[in-house]
Design a protein around this ligand. Sequence first.
Ligand code: MN
Ligand code: MN
Length: 317
Amino acid sequence: MEDHEPVGPVDASRIPRYAGENTFARLPRLADVREADTVLWGVPFDTGVSYRPGARFGPAHVRASSKLLRPYNPALDTEPFARGQVADGGDAGVNPFDIRDAIGTIERCARELSGTNRRLLSIGGDHTIALPLLRVQRERHGPVAVLHFDAHLDTWDTYFGAPYTHGTPFRRAAQEGLIDLAHSMHVGIRGPLYSGLDLEESERLGFAAVHARDFLRSPIDELIGRVRERIGNRALYVSVDIDVLDPGFAPGTGTPEAGGLSSRELLEILRGLRGLDIVGADVVEVSPAYDHAEITGIAAAHVLYELLSVLPGRARS
Ligand code: MN
Ligand code: MN
């Protein structure tokens, strides 16, 4: 795109943060800018959940919880809204009654919205949405490295016979050849499983893993080193299931598991991705009905802020 100044968030010295536009971080709408390098958009879909529903309300909640985000990120000495044009692309109109139809719509909308070279940051919605989002990435970049933050593996095969659920997107994506498995990794895995086979099957697919317990014994810089070494210079897709955080930091989610990461740990790992070739990302599974005082919404908003801070600023040329 041309090198004109990006339009930033609404000036908080003119309109207070609790007023005005309901876009993410009070950024401009996509229709209100000439071009965009990065588009945040909502995918309000939760028909794929296995336990608590409600993630269809995630995009609106995360936007509402993002109003306090300020322009300068001191941890990385960067201004995430000024490194390129960031805009809010609104929400996808997704069928709540038919999962296959919804997956098709998400894929089509993501393809349209990302144009020829924009980066998409998607706000879920349940984790089912990662499958169509990865299909679009595969078209552009070939199989991508996936860095998957989650309490759960999401590599299960079927549930009640259903192949497309929020517990299966990375199995389907692996089978469809969307993922560069030799450079992909889960982070934050924990909690009771059906059996040890769950872990074995994820490994057999080719995923590496940093487990939540690893955070007890390894310094964060060492863990960041493991992640970066695994990804290397590959095109990277980052998928953050907010339940990677401990329920104390993210109660508002569908399948909570005790013993998770703190927001401080998650945000620091995301900062550690600076310089990698991140081609897109999602933050999923925020279910506002189980949230209190915007705890989960704020965590998700800050995850998106750190992702914006480490994304290459300008669109891929
Ligand atoms: Mn999960
Ligand atoms: Mn998940």
